[in-house]
Design a protein around this ligand. Structure first.
Ligand SMILES: *Cc1c(COP(=O)(O)O)cnc(C)c1O
Length: 472
């Protein structure tokens, strides 16, 4: 055993070997030296613990193994991917992609100092949300606006500031859990507000709200059923009725609309989405929504509404804990500026351009790409395929959108294996599996990625084992 230990090459000797020398150039000397030491320590304890003598690999092979080990350790999961799932707001894939102008704004602000809380004219301290609030007021017609980390944060803050220690009345049918453990009842509890559930899962009438109002009530709240739909025998209290009831009892009306459509999305086939201005016009005092859903901006939660409740929200201590940084502000402001012109918004906000791409365009591209994919070694068959998809991301649960896909059957092996190898390439590709075929959906594929998609397939070679199995 001692012999084996003595035969382990030194760190310096290993660093001279080509795989590790190359790695030093690519990563850094410190990282590679640290990695080699760590690997050798592990190897020594393995040798010491082994019952019999272990056979050491040659120094060249050892260097190769260490280089692979260090490389794997340096590889991150987070990286850009091709979203061919057809789900436009895919929470797992980062929801809304940002407009070029938003990316540029973030970069400009990130690289140096910025007048975040200084008024450039007077040189005096200014309010960091002044610009964004101004834009939000103009776009929505609201008296006031506040931006926080996300919509879950907006809910927490609104309830803490407006209903802390008091009661909020919510319909039982709207006590939702929205992906990744956002459970409205839990968030409400943290806020200090007491939840008063009324009605039944499928039916809640205005009278149910009215009967629950008492001296402890601070607000009525409505929550949009973003990721599910209760269909069939249902009844929901209308917003204008709720507003009248709330104001008649000197209560606030809080409306969590979820995805933040600035205008009617019916033209995109999403007619059921609540619209910010509609909610404000109906008289809601505070309207909450996410920045990275239908608004197509960065992750954030936006509160718009009447001046007085929003002032209380802005002054609450939680505001400091939930406030957004300069990069989010820069990206949101740039996105909102694009929204000032609807046509420009459609051209330059990725979510809106994907939503508004004509179906014929998707079909053309599917027809053009299918034979190119079919020509690669890993594909057995590839054909254009008309399908339907969803917006996703906790938006628009029931409205299907027509789309075009390329349906792929692998040349060898299972469709799961093909899907996995596509995910593990240098630019991971995500599709969806349906009836033993891999569907690549053009709805979420940017035209500039068409070529990248074909290249991702070309890089995949069937493993010799698979070819052998198929031949036998
Ligand atoms: C998505 C959603 C939320 C959570 O928003 P985040 O920005 O993800 O925190 C809350 N309420 C509704 C109705 C939603 O749709």
């Amino acid at each position: 055993m001692t012999n084996v230990l003595q035969n382990i090459p030194s760190v310096n000797e290993l660093l001279e070997r080509p795989p590790l020398r190359q790695l030093v150039e690519r990563v850094s000397r410190t990282t590679v030296v640290g990695g080699v030491r760590h690997f050798l320590d592990n190897l020594r304890s393995e040798v010491q613990q082994a019952a019999a003598d272990v056979e050491l690999p040659s120094p060249g092979e050892l260097a190769e193994r260490i280089a692979q080990w260090i490389t794997a350790d340096q590889t991150l999961n987070l990286r850009p991917v091709i979203n061919a799932t057809g789900v436009l707001l895919h929470t797992g894939l980062g929801r809304a992609p940002l407009a070029d102008a938003a990316v540029q704004a973030m970069q400009d602000i990130a690289r140096g100092y910025a007048s975040l809380e200084v008024d450039v004219t007077s040189g005096q301290r200014s309010e960091r949300q002044a610009d964004v609030a101004h834009l939000l007021r103009r776009l929505t017609g609201a008296e006031s606006a506040v931006v926080v980390n996300n919509n879950a944060g907006a809910t927490l803050l609104a309830l803490a500031a407006l209903a802390g220690e008091r009661e909020v009345i919510v319909s039982r049918g709207e006590l939702v859990e929205i992906g990744g453990s956002f459970r409205l009842p839990d968030v409400m509890q943290f806020s200090g507000a007491r939840l008063r559930e009324v009605g039944t899962t499928n039916k809640t009438r205005l009278a149910d709200f009215a009967a629950a109002i008492g001296p402890q009530t601070a607000a009525l709240m409505r929550v949009h059923a973003s990721n599910y739909a209760i269909v069939g025998f249902t009844e929901r209290a209308p917003l204008d009725g709720l507003v009248e009831l709330a104001h008649g009892n000197k209560l606030l009306m809080i409306d969590d609309i979820g995805s933040g459509a600035l205008h009617d999305f019916a033209a995109y086939g999403l007619g059921d989405e609540p619209v910010i201005t509609t909610s404000l016009r109906a008289g809601a005092d505070v309207v909450l929504f996410s920045g990275d859903k239908l608004l197509g901006g960065p992750q954030c939660g936006i509160l718009v509404g009447r001046e007085e409740p929003l002032r209380r929200i802005a002054r609450h201590p939680l505001m400091r804990a939930l406030r957004v940084d300069k990069l989010t502000l820069a990206a949101l402001i740039a996105t909102l500026r694009l929204h000032q012109d609807r046509e420009r918004a459609e051209q330059s906000i990725p979510l809106l351009s994907l939503l508004s791409t004509p179906l014929a365009n998707l079909q053309n591209r599917a027809e053009r790409l299918a034979p190119q994919l079919a020509a690669t070694a890993v594909v057995g068959q590839a054909e254009p395929f008309a399908a339907t998809t969803f917006v996703g991301g906790g938006s628009v649960p029931t409205q299907e959108l027509p789309t075009w896909c390329i349906a792929i059957s692998p040349a060898h092996g299972s469709v799961d294996a093909l899907a996995q190898s596509l995910r593990t390439g240098p630019i991971p590709v995500f599709g969806r599996i349906q009836k033993d075929r891999l569907l690549l959906d053009l709805k979420t594929l940017f035209p500039r990625q068409d070529i990248e998609l074909v290249e991702a397939f070309q890089r995949l070679e069937p493993s010799p084992k698979e070819v052998e199995n198929d031949a036998s």
